[in-house]
Design a protein. Structure first.
Lengths: 449, 552
């Protein structure tokens, strides 16, 4: 092969022609908004990059104790929502949106979750008809980030993820705070506020090596069968994404005033006990907030507890999920007290997550102000796997694109209205979204600023 | 809800199956290396002292097997980045002063001799990693990469490491790509070339890349003849490395990877210390290898054998005299409630709740894993409240609570498939310790499987031993594991043929593996698979539900 004609050879020659010196490099597109004002914001001016994220908890709620009675601003906080009181001004609540199944079965703890995230019900992740919306949003905003997305789960299992490109391409989670720290703030981290920047020649070599791998694409695609071609295409797309990331690492990052390198977290307790889970989650939330402030990603997914919640209380034979089905409704209280406890614990964790993002000042506001975080569960009333009225919330103002602190009642409207609104708020040119009965062109105007 | 138990494949009483049925060629199958295959390959190629550090992209379980999922998964950017990081660390170790003499053996500098050294290294390693010789273009690309990187990094070994990183990150290494033999007939029934045959055979029997002898056989054309294939198959089956292949299959088949993330309540089960789950997995695999490979035992006897691998960590859980530090095979005495695979801690703990047993989960695992049957998921709108009110003073035992719940016809329709089997194991608690009572009440382990009634784990093991679904399930699972394909209508004749041979071999698993490995079907491929592959993707196999820990 004549390497002088290849893209890789070209890159190598460019790489070799330069030398490792302190250089000033052009601004990265990632830190500029449409008006090119974002960089000014880091110096105290206009808008900052808007980030999108999801936050998931399992086993829903007891609707009579979660759904607010009043709509609009200053909504009331029923008992299960009481924990979000300290962050209520940042959080909008979405209740009463439905998941019509169009004849499909309700696969417990799956169908509703998939419908919320893809706009179409399915009975296994392998049969989903479209990517989850976080992936669609990532395609639109993720390029130019060091990390296209940070997918995180506090349960210690990398397989716990609800972010799918298709049925066989799942974005696996980083399962502990320690691994998150090492991945983001480890040896490859460049402090954006450092005075000098020296490109690492090893990064240039890595990029060149991957470029060489990418050049095999055409030859391999010719050899592969039809079913394998799509999978190879995904592989080579991943190669390109890493090349882009390495390209960024060869450039001096723009300053980020709110960024300060955090301390490494302590070792994970690695358990489903709810107290330990909240401790782990708290560490993840704080690291993620700083990763956002340091411009490491614009997209994240966080799982607090899995669908069909794995939470339990140390010493109890019955865990959260089992209690939702088996616990008798207390005649005096009128609800299942153990299931209620776990939902309130989940809302405590959500409030802590929101507070962690709101705690970091950025520009004229906070990191949270420049985020859109969508929280949801897999079911509404877990006792009977109800998927109508799945509890959902939105935190942050998406850089001013969203109103916060209101309650929107869906009155049985398709849940895809929510996904459509989120995509439009993130600037995606999408007018309609969802399949069959879920399909809608009606975004939630109450939420959009 | 109607009772639906789907026997995926039960083909019994087929006569005249002494010859392999007509071959149904399948589309090419690109399979991602599993974590254990990756680790084994690195150890084989570079030595076991090369550390492989990092988290791998999770595997996907489809139709009960991760092996089938390897044919469906691809690679996300985050996943590939981790492979690239792992590859760099491996490459740096290979070229380090501690290893370079053994693994490179010459100076890969900019001189003519140095370039020759680099070429020799990359060509040799490349063949082992790609499981085929590198093309001249691939060799040139790797060499150029090494030279230019060496200049940039001012270090010839670092340059070689960069090139090696490229090989370790390439799809030709991370995926098993299939190639059709060029001398195959022009009919649609093509066969794999020698290199792909070697790969198919080696990963099946050893869970590893082909060794030097197998690659040499492929190069010499030995694998293009039935005699050559049989010779190499025998060599692999007679090797002690067959143990690795048998372990890998049963680890996947029994879903023992679940023990890696298994959590138990430490207040309820203080004996379930951190290392128990991992040791229990090892115990089951060692017991299986001893019975099936070392003893050349009947597969069915796994459910009734009193032999078990034991070590010092596990003997307290089993309440047997302290075993030695190292593993040894022990035998439970006649009359002991422990008998067979189903009384292993691995099975009992894996299919229980964090704080208590679940006859339902255990019965479901028996049906789905060991008998290849499908237990329907619970209806969405179901009231479980009557199921297990553990505070009810009249329903002290799990059996009593389950029987109360079986009074509900809707629940009973599915639970009658699972609970009567699972109840036989109730004398083993949520981590598999033996117990006589629950909440002070004696435990009744009378149970049934279809029309057979029995008492306790021994009776259940014997009933399973004699159930035809257990052996036919093993055959179809082994086929799916070997090929990475789901079974369907078209595979039934082949499975019936293999099942017959399995029976003729007195249910010895190495013979079952040999029957598959020496069949033509195992290497058949439809070279013109574009349309068939597209068709296959529209008939996706049943995929297991991930990330939903639906339990009852």
């Amino acid at each position: 092969m004549n390497t002088s004609t290849t893209r890789r050879g070209f890159l190598l020659r460019g790489m070799l022609a330069g030398s490792a010196v302190t250089v000033a490099l052009p601004l990265l597109e990632m830190f500029l908004n449409d008006n090119g004002t974002a960089y000014a914001a880091t110096l105290g001016g206009g808008r900052l990059p808007v980030r999108f994220g999801t936050w998931f908890w399992g086993c829903g709620s007891i609707p009579s104790r979660w759904d607010p009675k009043t709509v609009g601003a200053n909504y009331d906080l029923p008992p299960q929502l009481q924990p979000i009181d300290p962050v209520r001004q940042h959080v909008s609540v979405l209740s009463g949106f439905n998941v019509p199944l169009d004849g499909k079965g309700n696969q417990p703890h799956l169908s509703g979750n998939i419908a919320v995230r893809t706009g179409a019900p399915a009975d296994t992740w392998q049969r989903i008809s479209a990517p989850t919306f976080d992936v669609l949003i990532g395609d639109a905003i993720g390029a130019g980030s060091y990390f296209r997305s940070l997918d995180l789960s506090a349960d210690g299992d990398p397989r716990t993820s609800y972010s799918f490109r298709n049925g066989s391409v799942m974005n696996a989670s980083i399962p502990t705070a320690i691994e998150l720290y090492q991945k983001v703030f480890g040896t490859s981290f460049h402090d954006p506020n450092a005075q000098t920047f020296t490109p690492d020649p090893l990064v240039a070599v890595r990029r060149s090596v991957l470029s060489g791998v990418g050049e095999q694409r055409q030859a391999l695609m010719r050899r592969a069968g039809a079913a394998d071609r799509a999978r190879l295409d995904q592989y080579f797309q991943s190669v390109r994404e890493i090349e882009e990331k390495l390209e960024l690492q060869l450039q001096k990052p723009p300053p980020a005033e709110a960024c300060s390198v955090p301390h490494a977290p302590v070792k994970s307790a690695g358990t489903s006990d709810v107290e330990a889970r909240r401790t782990e989650h708290r560490a993840i939330a704080q690291l993620l907030a700083m990763a956002l402030a340091c411009n490491q990603t614009k997209l994240f997914n966080v799982v607090f507890s899995v669908a069909a919640s794995d939470l339990r209380r140390a010493g109890n034979t019955t865990a959260h999920h089992q209690s939702t089905h088996e616990e008798l409704v207390d005649r005096e209280l009128g609800y299942q007290p153990t299931a209620d406890f776990f939902t309130r614990q989940s809302m405590e964790a959500w409030a802590e997550f929101v507070a962690a993002l709101a705690a970091i000042r950025e520009g004229d506001g906070t990191v949270l102000d420049n985020c859109l975080v969508f929280a949801h569960s897999d079911v509404s009333y877990a006792k009977n796997h109800d998927i109508n009225g799945i509890p959902m919330m939105v935190a942050g103002r998406a850089g001013g694109r969203l109103r916060s602190g209101i309650h929107v009642r869906g009155n049985g409207d398709p849940v895809a209205r929510v996904g459509l609104t989120l995509q439009q708020a993130m600037g995606l040119p999408v007018g309609e979204w969802g399949n069959k009965s879920l399909r809608t062109s009606r975004a939630l105007s109450e939420l959009l600023a | 809800m109607p009772v639906v138990v789907t026997l995926l494949i039960v083909v019994l009483g087929v006569s005249g199956c002494s010859r392999e049925p007509e071959i149904v060629p399948a589309p090419s199958q690109m399979r991602r290396l599993t974590e254990s295959q990756y680790r084994q390959t690195i150890a084989d190629v570079f030595g076991s002292d090369i550390r492989v550090v990092g988290r791998f992209e999770p595997d996907l379980r489809v139709d009960g097997l991760l092996a089938v999922g390897t044919s469906l998964v691809s690679m996300t950017a985050n996943g590939l980045e981790q492979y690239e990081t792992t590859a760099r660390e491996i490459a740096l170790q290979v070229v380090s002063p501690a290893h370079r003499d053994r693994l490179i053996g010459c100076q890969p500098d900019q001189s003519a001799a140095g370039r020759e050294c680099a070429e020799k290294f990359l060509t040799g390693i490349g063949t082992k990693l790609f499981r085929r010789p590198l093309s001249a273009e691939e060799v040139q690309t790797a060499l150029t990469q090494a030279q230019l990187s060496a200049q940039q990094l001012n270090d010839a070994y670092a340059g070689l490491a960069a090139s090696l990183t490229g090989l370790l990150t390439a799809p030709d290494f991370l995926f098993r790509l299939q190639t059709v033999a060029t001398n195959a007939s022009q009919s649609s029934r093509h066969t794999l070339d020698g290199w792909s045959r070697a790969t198919q055979l080696s990963f099946f029997l050893w869970n590893a890349s082909p060794d030097d002898a197998l690659l040499a056989a492929a190069a010499a054309g030995e694998l293009d003849t039935p005699e050559g294939m049989a010779r190499q198959t025998d060599r692999l089956i007679d090797s002690s490395r067959l143990n690795d292949g048998v372990r890998a299959f049963f680890d996947d088949f029994l879903q023992l990877d679940g023990l890696g993330t298994l959590a138990k309540d430490s207040q309820i089960f203080p004996a379930f210390i951190g290392s128990v789950a991992g040791e229990a997995r090892e115990q089951t695999l060692r017991t299986i290898v001893d019975h099936l490979v070392v003893q050349r035992g009947d597969y069915r006897d796994l459910f009734t054998t009193r032999r078990i691998a034991m070590n010092r960590t596990l003997s307290p859980v089993y309440e047997v005299p302290a075993a030695g530090k190292d593993w040894s095979i022990q035998e439970f005495p006649q009359g002991d409630p422990r008998v067979g695979l189903l009384t292993h801690v691995s099975f009992l703990a894996l299919h229980s709740h964090p704080g208590r047993t679940s006859p339902t989960l255990r019965g479901k695992a028996l049906r789905e894993i060991l008998m290849c049957q499908t237990v329907p998921t619970p209806p969405a709108n179901v009231n479980f409240t009557v199921v297990q009110d553990v505070s009810n003073p009249h329903l002290k035992t799990t059996r009593a609570r389950l029987e109360a719940h079986l009074s509900d016809s809707e629940c009973a329709s599915c639970h009658k498939l699972t609970d009567p089997m699972g109840l036989a194991l109730e004398k083993f608690d949520g981590i598999g310790r033996f117990r006589e009572t629950e909440n002070g009440a004696p435990i009744d382990t009378v149970a049934s499987l279809e029309n057979t009634e029995f008492d306790g784990a021994g009776g259940l093991g014997a009933a399973l031993r004699n159930h035809p679904a257990v052996t036919s399930c093993l055959v179809q699972s082994m086929y799916r594991y070997a090929t990475g394909r789901s079974t369907d209508r078209t595979t039934r004749p082949f499975l019936a043929y293999i099942e017959k041979r399995f029976a003729q071999a007195h249910y010895r698993v190495p013979d079952l593996m040999r029957a598959i490995a020496t069949s033509k079907t195992f290497y058949a491929i439809d070279a013109n698979d574009a349309s068939e592959a597209a068709l296959a993707s529209s008939h996706l196999p049943h995929a297991d539900v991930p990330n939903s820990k639906e339990t009852r």
